[in-house]
Design a protein around this ligand. Structure first.
Ligand SMILES: Cc1ncc(COP(=O)(O)O)c(C=O)c1O
Length: 417
């Protein structure tokens, strides 16, 4: 049967689809697999126990249970949760926001599908606009969401070497000249895939740029503060009328509840609410119910600061130590780990592409993600795109330790050949 242009657009050659498929198939073998490819958060025992206690309290209260699973929420999301979160953000950061500034979605991936198509593509005035990603590499999940195909413009970063094996990307402001076809500026902070946290100065400059261009500044806070707080620097979050802050419960440990949160001005929230109603009647309430009391009491902040952040920081430091042990005599660099659940490795002048490296690692049972997927909107050829890989360090110690050992062997062989 024939399918529409819409269908062809999405079943085409979406990198994320191919990759998820490939990762799924790699896992379906009998061989031992060292999975360092996906974006699953860890199941931190104390955090999962806290969510279980919340769920038990809901189950023990029939009226609450019935409301959670037996009613459609408002299309803007569970009203009681919106109020609790607005109060928390006012208390914590002093932001002038109320429930009218927040909407829930079925995961922040859905938020980006809405937002990028709201601010890129054809506009009623006849213009065609793009989303500016001021610093590539950026999150692979953005790449294919545009109804109009390629909707991104991205810029190369500045690379600063911090020591013999550590580097950091910065926004190259000279590369992001002001254009009149930009519909929004977007960054993930902390960044997936690199673990970079854009500095407060960079954020202030980008925000000012967006304000002057009269476009929104979208900040993807999936790993940021106040939750899940997988952020190892003391970078400050920002809010303004032209800022759209996207949050998620996924990396806190609840990806299965598919809960995305958009914080924005009322006009934008009205559009999100309409999209929710049309696409799915209402967003899910399950995540909102599980964390409601934690948000109301502020305990969610302590969970982030005292449990989630130290857990991931320890794991990141341990993985970096192992990487140094295995590869310090090679031209290898790791992006400074400032947050998120990944390490971004750069093998300078690697004689093979990162895709070939990915294939060779896969043959040895080690699954990572080749770096070239993470440059949506950066169309120019740049060798660096093919010299990097992303690895997740959120898996158990044995997986990460052995995965890194095998990686050392495979990379060394590639340089030696
Ligand atoms: C930077 C970033 N943004 C958004 C998402 C989407 O998260 P979710 O749809 O689970 O809320 C992810 C998931 O890995 C991510 O890494």
């Amino acid at each position: 049967m024939k399918q529409s242009t819409f269908a062809h657009r999405y079943r085409g050659d979406a990198g994320i689809l191919r990759l998820m498929d490939d990762l799924g198939r790699a896992l379906a073998t009998d061989e031992r697999v060292y999975m360092m490819g996906g974006g699953n958060p860890s199941h931190i025992p104390e955090v999962m126990a806290r969510f279980r206690r919340s769920m038990e309290a809901i189950l023990a209260d029939p009226a609450r249970f019935n409301r959670m699973v037996g009613n459609y929420a408002a299309p803007q999301g569970d009203v009681s949760f919106l109020k609790a979160l607005a109060n928390l953000l006012r208390r914590e950061f002093g932001w002038e926001i109320g429930p009218e500034n927040i909407a829930l979605t079925n995961g922040s991936q859905t938020s980006f599908f809405y937002l990028f198509n709201m601010f890129a593509g054809p506009f009623p005035d006849g213009t065609n606009r793009k989303i500016l990603l001021p610093l590539a590499p950026e999150y692979i999940g953005y790449a294919d969401v545009g109804l109009e195909g390629d909707i991104f413009i991205a810029a190369r970063p500045e690379i600063t070497l911090l020591d013999a094996h550590t580097f950091k990307y910065h926004v190259d402001f000279s590369a992001i000249t002001s254009r009149d076809d930009i519909g929004a500026i977007c960054v993930s902070r902390p960044t997936n895939p690199t673990g970079n946290v854009l500095t407060d100065e960079e954020i202030a400059r980008l925000s000012q740029m967006a304000h002057e261009m009269d476009v929104p500044f979208i900040i993807d806070n999936a790993y940021g503060t106040p939750f899940p707080h997988i952020i190892f620097t003391d970078a400050q979050p920002i809010w303004d009328d032209h800022v759209i802050l996207c949050m998620s419960l996924s990396k806190l440990g609840l990806p299965g509840t598919r809960t995305g949160i958009i914080i924005a001005n009322e006009d934008i929230i009205r559009t999100i609410t309409a999209l929710n109603a049309i696409v799915s009647l209402a967003p899910t309430s399950v995540g909102a119910f599980i964390v409601h009391d934690l948000v109301e009491s502020g305990e969610i902040i302590e969970i982030g600061q005292n449990l989630v952040r130290p857990y991931y920081q320890r794991k990141a430091e341990q993985a970096i130590e192992w990487l140094h042990q295995e590869m310090d005599d090679l031209p290898f660099y790791v992006h400074v780990a400032e947050g998120a659940i990944f390490l971004w490795l750069w093998f300078k002048d690697l004689p093979i592409t990162s895709h070939e490296l990915y294939e060779r690692l896969k043959e040895r049972g080690v699954i990572v993600v080749p770096g070239h997927y993470f440059f949506p909107g950066l169309h120019e050829e740049w060798r660096h795109k093919h010299e990097c890989i992303r690895m997740t360090y959120s898996q158990d110690e044995e997986t990460v330790r052995e995965g890194i050992r095998i990686m050392g062997e495979v990379v060394r062989r590639a340089y030696d050949a």
